[in-house]
Design a protein around this ligand. Structure first.
Ligand code: ADP
Length: 739
């Protein structure tokens, strides 16, 4: 069999030969910055450019000397999993001055650097943009002062800049997530989970202060992810009289038997008059009004610490690669850009527009235009706030509408972290919309057996953080028992059904394969035929190969990888990681690969294998899964409510579910959450292998290979966005043509 097309090289004028790219981290550090630096260095080298580190942020650029050092492939090894920034970051007063920037320009020209990749917050990016605008003027001055030759002005005429936002606060307009935010959320949620176990035994109220002097993202999303009772953020200060309201709410939950209350306060929380609301003010209030045992926890720098999450590593790796491509494509006339994330896509946006938008938010807050501040933060922020309000604040029964509709919720398929958050959200949103909510246990099996009963608001309290499926889930398919299920639906008068689950779903993959010498780890991941976990896990862990069903491989690929690993062991990096999806190939089993590598690696490296198995489905859900489960489910429930009203025929007293969109799947497609009629999805699905025929993440695969030093391929599409030539396993007919 010939090598699949997807492994060919596609390069159109995108050579970095003769170019010098420098990378620096600036402002506050954030987890994932290292992954971004690594990606810039390796992608830069891959395209044939020279790459330089600038240590200590702008300070290093101003000071020059040892701070500017050429980077090699090996110099970024083993840094993917390290928190903070290895190349150092600093605040630099001098760079704010013309003199400082002049020195910086001089240092760059001496190394022939005209491409700069800045990883930092809006301050750092503003500085970068200013530097770019002044560049030719600065060179002129350097010539006048006799510090550089006159022809250098021509030679280094333009400075190209690309920004990546590294900030744990997620305070930058234009990107859904900044590098570091997800890891910070992990730290916060770990603390909340820990607190929850101790506080349950004591009846306590916890006031948790999280970072965010100007941005309430961390506070808001942590509140969503742990189902906090109250949250205070700068963008949306509470109405006057909030003190009484908050205390009423706390005392109401206590009287319903809740033993633990959590209040989350953003560092920069204020009231409607701009007066700070600190965690100690909140504590004193609770103690004075309610006499509750109340403790304050201020998280501080813990939030910046620890290893970066898988999400941050992948985000940063993708952004780093995209940043290099952006630099190669930049001309003197294109404005400086920032690479960012929109939905599941990486995009390039004009840097200054994003910075200005971000500053607008602050201005709106300063001028007490709070509604606008929330809007300016972006769609996702607004949606978080809406969802939080919807789920945390239970209206008294008397104020709830009555819809007369009954809606049932059930889990199907394998248990996945985040399922419980989704059920909680569906139940609470459903109740808020006036429906009577029913829970089905044990999936369709429980359904046909009649395991269905009403579920109330308080029944799902504390569900967000729990792993597995509290309702119980089974893989049983409904088809066999459709009649009995229909009977149950009639019996309980169910008007709509929300099914949470699906084909293979699981969220966790843990790797610990560092530190050992000359060893190759072969890890088998779950996912049925779906290679997502192996591929994306591979990217997050810096793997050398990830074998999956969707990208066929043969003995030559295995051989190439063994050779690659043998070569690699000769360098200073003496560790290999190979992922293999459980169903990638029926003959090249994990044992086979392990034995092949062991034999071929004799005398060079030894192998260890590990089948991750069910631990991938276990454990507490990550903040991302909690929130994704919560938000997607709230959206689904609202959609169901709308459809119920639309399709209800007053005269017949019945809901009509006979159109294509009566049965939809809600999911992320490119940049948006969309409802897709299942009938239509049938055509896009490979039912035998339980995977979609087209998988968006396949385009991430070459990234892993490039970052692991393979000669692999990229296709850069017209839009400038990175597109891998995605080739799904050929259909029978295609295959016969190929052979
Ligand atoms: P962040 O990048 O995280 O927002 P800062 O605002 O502290 O952090 O900015 C980091 C560094 O970027 C500053 O110490 C300074 O060197 C540089 N910088 C910030 N704003 C500007 C500006 N307007 N002009 C020039 N340099 C700036």
């Amino acid at each position: 069999m010939a090598q699949p097309d997807s492994k060919k090289i596609f390069f159109e004028n995108l050579s970095g030969a003769g170019k010098a790219i420098a990378v620096l981290t600036s402002g506050g550090d954030a987890q994932g910055m290292n992954a971004a630096v690594r990606a810039v260095v390796r992608m830069g080298l891959y395209v044939g450019a020279k790459v330089y580190f600038i240590h200590e942020g702008y300070q290093g650029m101003v000071d020059g000397g040892e701070n500017i050092r050429e980077a090699s492939w090996e110099s970024v090894s083993s840094m993917l999993q390290v928190g903070g920034t290895v190349i150092g970051s600093a605040r630099c007063k001098e760079f704010r001055t013309h003199e400082g920037r002049l020195k910086a320009a001089h240092n760059l020209v001496q190394h022939g650097i005209t491409n700069l990749c800045v990883i930092g917050g809006d301050g750092s990016l503003t500085g970068a943009n200013l530097f770019r605008e002044e560049w030719s003027g600065l060179l002129g001055e350097l010539v006048e002062q006799g510090l550089i030759e006159a022809d250098a002005v021509q030679k280094y005429s333009a400075l190209h800049i690309v920004g990546m936002v590294g900030s744990i606060d997620n305070d930058f307009c234009g990107t859904d997530m900044t590098i570091g935010t997800d890891s910070a959320l992990h730290r916060i949620i770990e603390v909340v989970d820990a607190i929850m176990t101790t506080a349950q035994s004591h009846q306590r109220t916890f006031v948790l202060e999280v970072m965010g002097r100007h941005c309430g993202y961390l506070a808001l999303v942590s509140a969503l992810a742990c189902g906090a009772d109250w949250v205070l953020i700068p963008e949306m200060p509470p109405e006057d009289g909030w003190e009484d309201k908050m205390c009423q709410k706390l005392s109401a939950t206590r009287s319903r038997g809740t033993r633990l209350n959590i209040i989350i306060v953003a560092e920069g929380a204020i009231d409607r008059h701009g007066k700070p609301i600190t965690s100690s003010i909140v504590k004193d209030l609770v103690v004075k009004c309610l006499g509750f045992d109340t403790r304050v926890t201020i998280l501080g720098h813990v939030q910046r610490g620890g290893t970066p999450s898988a999400f941050d590593r992948i985000l940063a790796s993708r952004m780093g690669v995209e940043a290099v491509l952006a630099l190669l494509e930049t001309t003197a006339n294109t404005p400086a850009c920032v690479v960012s994330l929109c939905g599941n896509q990486s995009v390039r946006l004009p840097l200054m527009e994003c910075v200005q938008m971000t500053q607008e938010v602050q201005k709106a807050m300063d001028e007490k235009r709070f509604e606008e501040a929330v809007k300016l933060r972006g769609r996702s922020f607004e949606n978080n706030l809406k969802t939080y309000k919807l789920l945390a604040h239970r209206k008294p029964e008397s104020e709830l509408p009555t819809s007369n509709f009954n809606v049932a919720v059930l889990n199907v398929g394998a248990p996945a972290a985040g399922m419980n958050a989704a059920v909680r959200s569906a139940v609470r949103v459903g109740i808020s919309e006036g429906h009577k909510m029913f829970a089905v246990s044990d999936g369709f099996e429980g359904f046909y057996k009649g395991q269905i009963k009403e579920i109330k608001w308080a029944d799902v309290g504390g569900w967000t953080g729990q792993g597995g499926s509290l309702l119980g889930t089974k893989r049983t398919l409904p088809a066999k028992h459709v009649d009995k299920i229909a009977e149950q639906m009639r019996k309980h008068n169910i008007n709509a059904l929300l099914v949470i689950g699906g084909f293979e779903t699981c969220d966790r993959i843990k790797q610990s394969a560092s530190g050992t010498k000359r060893r190759v780890f072969i890890i088998e991941t779950m996912g049925g035929y779906c290679g997502y976990l192996a591929s994306v896990g591979g990217l997050a862990a810096g793997a050398d190969a990830a074998y999956i069903y969707e990208e066929p491989f043969d003995i030559r690929d295995l051989q190439a990888n063994v050779e690659h690993l043998t070569e690699k062991m000769k360098t200073s990096i003496q560790r290999g990681l190979v992922l293999r999806n459980e169903n990638c190939n029926e003959n090249y089993t994990t044992d086979f690969i392990y034995q092949l590598y062991t034999e071929e690696g004799k005398g060079v490296f030894d192998c260890r294998k590990n089948v991750l198995g069910h631990m991938q489905q276990g454990g507490a859900p990550s903040p991302f899964d909690r929130n994704f489960g919560t938000k997607i489910s709230a959206k689904a429930m609202q959609w169901i409510s709308k459809k119920l009203v639309e399709t209800f025929r007053q005269d017949e007293g019945r809901v009509f579910a006979n159109t294509e969109d009566s049965c939809c799947l809600l999911g992320m497609r490119r940049r948006a959450l969309v409802f897709q009629p299942v009938v239509q999805l049938k055509e896009d699905t490979d039912f035998v292998h339980r995977i979609p025929k087209e998988q968006w993440w396949l385009k991430l695969r070459p990234l892993m290979k490039i970052l692991a030093k393979y000669k692999t391929s990229y296709d850069v599409s017209d839009s400038g966005q990175l597109e891998h030539v995605v080739r799904i396993r050929p259909k029978e007919s295609d295959a016969s043509v190929a052979m």
